[in-house]
Design a protein around this ligand. Sequence first.
Ligand code: NAD
Length: 488
Amino acid sequence: MSEERTPVGGVAVATGHFINNERISSPTTFEDRSPLDWSLKLADVSRGTSHEADLALAAATEAFPDWAKIGVHERGKYLRRLADLIDDNVERIATVECLDMAMLEESLRLRVIARGARNFRAYADLAEHYEPRRWASNGTHNTVLRMPAGPTVVITPWNAPFMLSTWKSAPALAAGNTVVLKPAEWSPLSCSLLMDLVLEAEFPPGVFNLVQGFGEEVGAALVADSRVRRISFTGSPETGRRIGSIAARNLVPFTGELGGKGPFVVYADADLDLAVEKAALMYDDGGQVCLAGTRLIVEESIREKFLDRFATASELHVLGDSRDATTTVSPLIHPAHLARVEGFVDRSIASGDTLIFGGERTTPDGLWYEPTLIEPKSNDAEIVQNEVFGPVLTFQTFADEAEAIALANSTAYGLSAMVFTTDEKKADRFGLGVRAGTVWVNCYLVRDLTAPFGGIGISGIGREGGDYALDFYSDLKTYQLKEETTHG
Ligand code: NAD
């Protein structure tokens, strides 16, 4: 065992893996840098291989039978203890995640990290309150039982790593599965802090493990292992396809929460102040939000009015250090991601799309990119059809409801959609017609943890949230008892 730690914003963060409640370091490491200042190396983090994947899955496999057996109430005690510890450590986790990933520190402190605690509490409650479906038919009493499925691999992306890792691990653990979590290599540190809390909450060894490293290395070794009974992935459609094909080969149930290219539709009768205020939020956190409505689709008759107000609202954005409360637009996560975003915009302009505003990085060495709005030459433009995952929106107009819905549904994605109108019937027609896992009417990012969450098309496969997640992490069993069976 080795317990290597490095100070990050005054917090001592372990840089190794966490397996069987012990810290283990790899002989090789990778550098983790801060998007707030790329010259700042935060840590040398253990670079896991198939060796650490094997150790972690061996631990999860050994711990599984006892964790499954103790039942939902006992498991709930661990989950609630962990939730309380997250609440006690919000400041530390927010400090580290802000430096590591550059999400706005205030929203990390006030909402995002606390959501991690809510995830564990919500699933402790939901698992305990499961009412098995029971009915009589064919002379038998039927009951649907949820059986813990087994060791579960959870793989998360670099944006909102702490929240997403807890959102996926909490239902798996509540359902009685053991977990091996692999966070993204661009923001690995906040999940390491989570493991300190797992230890403090006195989880049994092997129940909740963490391995660090690259997707193609330790990630690929984890998903290919025959001991794995569930794979839960959040990330890009490309990686989702790759992992999904391995899951299919091993016949392992898999959920993929993948990319988004949400339509943000504004009808002429909308509360324009509200619509503009929400649209301007799409630049927050540098636009690195899968659920964002990145395609503004506005009724032709309010084109100029909307554009004027939206440009004014966008000018109010403050690009800066994510630790400052006044900052609204954080830098992009990594120079390679900045280059990707720049590439999208440069190709768009070169192909004849119209740049309405933005289109530049703001400093030669920083990772900030201006809030950008582009009017595409056609709906087939790459900038409309592909996820940019940066502060880059497109602007299109529509003549009538049919065209609004057709444009909304014109990409291969289907994660989220937003519509602004004061006409409830129009909203309903849009809501029924749009192809998206979540539709927000006159609002954005409102979430109920019991609701199903997921994507259609290349935005995903399967559903998280509420009982949908607990069903996924369980083997559902039909139990049939002949009516005349006597009590022994
Ligand atoms: P990514 O697909 O590059 O990586 C995601 C994770 O997969 C990382 O941990 C990575 O190491 C791992 N990985 C990569 N190759 C792997 C392999 N062969 N085997 C196993 N693991 C592998 O995605 P990203 O760039 O980290 O994240 C951005 C993407 O995530 C965007 O498309 C965004 O929309 C999406 N996202 C979706 C949601 C959602 O809920 N639908 C939420 C957040 C982000």
